[in-house]
Design a protein around this ligand. Structure first.
Ligand SMILES: Nc1nc2c(ncn2[C@@H]2O[C@H](COP(=O)(O)OP(=O)(O)OP(=O)(O)O)[C@@H](O)[C@H]2O)c(=O)[nH]1
Ligand SMILES: [Mg+2]
Length: 240
């Protein structure tokens, strides 16, 4: 963590329509700037907030179902994570339909970045009599999970406290291992090694970054060097 300046970047990420912007407004109040993401007409919102002694920059990402880019929003989110990984991910789930968002949550966990999960819409969850086991979710994901309602402000101090604790003690989520066909496993291992040597892996899990780069057609996506680019090209041919 950036101890000296005590500046921390937290990215707010989820599938569309889970309440990111509502929560973002709640957390950052009037300390916001808006612009556009590079090259697209999608709004970029950055806000400031204080957590204890930390000066936090909160980034409100567009909604994305996964990091495999299908929509323009997903391309923005993917490029953000690969090029400028934040210190912490605040992943939001809609408590009325948890499973819908868990695919992205899993990818976020695989990124290796420290993460806090907030289960939003708890007012509706309660009204509809939905039974959620937050502890089981936290146990499976290996990260703090906080039930909140961005509408009624329920759970806000608990969420702020969870974020503060993760800033102070950034635990990487236990990156879940997903088995791929042997050729893909080999490709990931090989590319991850090249990334490690090039020192451009930053805070991201190298296997995660290798898989992401392998998946996308543009090898220059994360500003990788030549050796990584070449490995990507040849492995992509073999995998295909
Ligand atoms: N009942 C209830 N509604 C909420 C809550 N949080 C947000 N909403 C509503 O959910 C809708 C979507 O909220 P947004 O904040 O725009 O969601 P978002 O994740 O930013 O959406 P995208 O940017 O399109 O991905 C809005 O109508 C909000 O008022 C909540 O805790 N409870
Ligand atoms: Mg939004």
């Amino acid at each position: 963590m950036r101890e000296k300046s005590r500046k921390v970047v937290i990215a707010l990420s989820s599938i569309p329509n889970t309440g990111k912007t509502t929560l973002f407004n709640l957390l950052t109040g009037s300390c916001q700037t808006t612009g556009n993401w590079p090259g697209v007409s999608i709004e970029k919102k950055i806000g400031r907030m204080t957590l204890g002694e930390y000066d936090v920059q909160l980034i409100d990402l567009p909604g994305a179902y996964s990091l495999s880019p299908v929509s323009e929003e997903e391309r923005v989110v993917r490029s953000f994570f690969l090029r400028t990984p934040p210190d912490i991910v605040l992943n939001l789930l809609d408590g009325r339909n948890l499973y819908h968002g868990l695919g992205l949550t899993l990818q976020m966990a695989m990124s290796g970045l420290p993460m806090v999960v907030a289960v939003n819409m708890m007012d509706e969850v309660r009204r509809q009599g939905i039974d959620l086991d937050i502890d089981v979710l936290a146990e499976h994901l290996g990260v703090p999970v906080v039930p909140i309602s961005a509408r009624t402000v329920e759970g806000l101090p608990e969420l702020q406290n969870a974020l503060y604790q993760v800033i102070r003690h950034p635990v990487r989520p236990g990156t879940p291992h997903i088995s791929f066909p042997p050729v893909l496993e080999e490709a990931i291992k090989n590319i991850a090694r090249k990334i490690e040597r090039s020192n451009k892996g930053q805070r991201l899990d190298q296997n995660f970054l290798a898989l992401q780069l392998l998946e996308d057609a543009r090898p220059d996506d994360a500003g990788q060097d030549d050796a990584v680019g070449k490995a990507l090209q040849s492995w992509r041919r073999r995998v295909e």
